[in-house]
Design a protein around this ligand. Structure first.
Ligand code: NDP
Length: 278
C-alpha cells in the first residue's frame, strides 16, 4: 500500500519538498506519496492528528511550526533536543518521533556538494533565530577553529551562544564587532534576504577565498552574496543544497535508504529562474 508523507506549514504551497521527495521515491523505488498540507496557524496539532488518522507515516515541518512539532513529540533525537525544534516527524503506533535534519543538511551541502571542509575554519554565523540554533551543534561537530554568532539584537546572540557552552566557546557579538574578522566561512541564517534587505556588515568580514553561504534560496543574487563578492569571498552559495540535503536525511529516517541528492539538486536548480550558486 502506498505510504503517505507530507510537509506541514503555513504558508506551504510554495514548498519544493513534494517535488524533491517524489524524485527521491522514484530514484529509490519507494512506494510512497508526499503532499503539501496547509495547517491553520492555530491548528497544527489537529492537522497532524488528522494526517496520522488517515494513515500518514511521516511529515516534514516548516515555518512556523518547528517549535510546536518539538513539543508534540513523544521521543526526540539528540540533535532535535539541541536544536529545540523539529523538522522531521515519524509516526508509528506507539510514538511520535522527532528529528531535526537542517544542520546535517547544511554541513553536507558545504562539505560534500561544495567541497569546502569546515575543520580548522573560522566560522561566522549571522542571525540568532531558529535556523541558526538548529545548525550550531552540527557546525561545532566539524571542529572549526572558532564559531562566532552575530545578530542585530546582540542579547539574542548571547543567549544562543550560552546554550552551547558545554560543547565549545561560542562568541556572540553585534555586526559592528565583526569588522576585519576575516572569517573563512560566513553563513547568513537571518531572514533579511527574504525581503531583499542588506545586513550592516562592516569591512573585512570575509577572508580572501572564503565561503559565503546564504540559507535563503530562490531569490537570485541576494544583497548578502553581492556584498560577499565585493569583499573578496571566493565561493558563494544559496540554501537550495541545504534544502535538498535536509530532505535526503528525512527520507533516510523514514525509508531506511539514503537517496542520491546531486541529480535532484541539479533538476531543482534548473526549475528556478535565477540560479545563485557560484
Ligand atoms: P527567525 O524568524 O527565527 O529568525 C530571523 C533572524 O533574522 C533573527 O536573528 C533576526 O534578528 C534576523 N533578521 C531578520 N531581519 C533582519 C534584518 N533586516 N537585518 C538583520 N537581521 C535580521 O527565522 P529562521 O531562523 O527560521 O529562518 C532564517 C532564514 O533561514 C530564513 O530566510 C529561512 O528561509 C532560512 N532557512 C533555510 C533553510 C534551508 O533549507 N535552506 C532551512 C531553514 C531556514 P533579530 O533577532 O535581531 O530580530
Amino acid at each position: 500500500m502506498t505510504e503517505r508523507y507530507c510537509v506541514l506549514g503555513n504558508p506551504v504551497a510554495h514548498s519544493r519538498s513534494p517535488a524533491i521527495h517524489a524524485q527521491f521515491a522514484e530514484q529509490c523505488g519507494q512506494d510512497m506519496a508526499y503532499e503539501a498540507l496547509l495547517a491553520p496557524l492555530d491548528g497544527f496539532v489537529k492537522t497532524v492528528a488528522g494526517f496520522v488518522a488517515a494513515g500518514g507515516r511521516g511529515a516534514n515541518v516548516t515555518v512556523p511550526f518547528k517549535e510546536e512539532a518539538f513539543r508534540l513529540c513523544t521521543r526526540r533525537s539528540p540533535r532535535a533536543e539541541r536544536a529545540g525544534a523539529v523538522n522531521t516527524l515519524a509516526f508509528s503506533a506507539d510514538e511520535i518521533y522527532g528529528d531535526n535534519t537542517d544542520g546535517a543538511g547544511l554541513v553536507r551541502d558545504i562539505e560534500v556538494n561544495l567541497g569546502f571542509a569546515l575543520a580548522g575554519r573560522r566560522i561566522l554565523l549571522l542571525g540568532a533565530g531558529g535556523a541558526a540554533r538548529g545548525v550550531i551543534a552540527p557546525l561545532l561537530a566539524c571542529k572549526p577553529a572558532s564559531l562566532s554568532i552575530a545578530n542585530r539584537s546582540v542579547d539574542k546572540a548571547e543567549a544562543l551562544a550560552a546554550q552551547f557552552v558545554d560543547l565549545a566557546a561560542v562568541d556572540a557579538e553585534n555586526y559592528a564587532k565583526t569588522e576585519n574578522g576575516r572569517f573563512d566561512v560566513v553563513i547568513n541564517a537571518t531572514s533579511a534576504s527574504l525581503s531583499g534587505e542588506a545586513l550592516p556588515l562592516p569591512p573585512g568580514v570575509f577572508a580572501p577565498g572564503s565561503l559565503a553561504y546564504d540559507m535563503m534560496y530562490g531569490k537570485g543574487k541576494t544583497p548578502f552574496l553581492a556584498l560577499a563578492r565585493a569583499q573578496g569571498a571566493g565561493l558563494m552559495a544559496d540554501g537550495l543544497g541545504m534544502l535538498v540535503e535536509q530532505a535526503a536525511e528525512a527520507f533516510l529516517i523514514w525509508r531506511g535508504v539514503r537517496p542520491e541528492s546531486a541529480p535532484v539538486l541539479t533538476a531543482l536548480r534548473a526549475t528556478l529562474s535565477t540560479p545563485t550558486a557560484a
